[in-house]
Design a protein. Sequence first.
Length: 224
Amino acid sequence: MLKNKLASKEEIMSKFFDGMTLMVGGFACTGVPRALVDLVLESGVKDIKLISNDAGDPDICQGRLYHAGIVKECWHSHVGLNPEFGELAKEGKFKLHITPQGTLVEKIRCGGIGAGGILLRTGMNTDTEMEKEREKVQVNGEDWFIETPLHADVALVRARRSDYFGNLTYRGNMANYNPIMAMAADCTIVEADHICDLEEIPIDSVKTPGIFVDMILDTQKLYV
């Protein structure tokens, strides 16, 4: 029997813990599960490891996590929209990994499909710290970087529509990062704009099957 995955904010916050690796979907504050980010803050956890495309804006979206000082380590492809993040980074408040966007996506995808990694040449021969830190392997006489998977304890995902069993659809930039992050975590938690019955989403419209989803925020009870 299919399981109704609606969960209260208390049930969701029980999945958060100090030191957890957290993925947050979305793209430049579009398609970000903002209510779920707020629950991370409300839970009082600290020392998290954050994986997301960007660092949000000052005290907005993922930027709220930096403003609260609870990020210990992070992986992003772009951080230029958040000057507060830049100041904190210069002060050494967290360990930062800047990764090209396509590489970041592939590392998360590998974490989702169970692959051991992928070989890429992005950043080769740049004489940067990023190049010096990465392991290389030779294939057909050429050097390649070994890009290892990224996997999370918890992924926070924003969807346009979800049925009660976690089948998801997306709209516009929601499709950036949210679908692959839903696959790459031990526990995937969804914030949906609309929650509907099972038969309301056509099978061929489902972008993330419910098998990847563990919990759906019951927004009707969020402010009760």
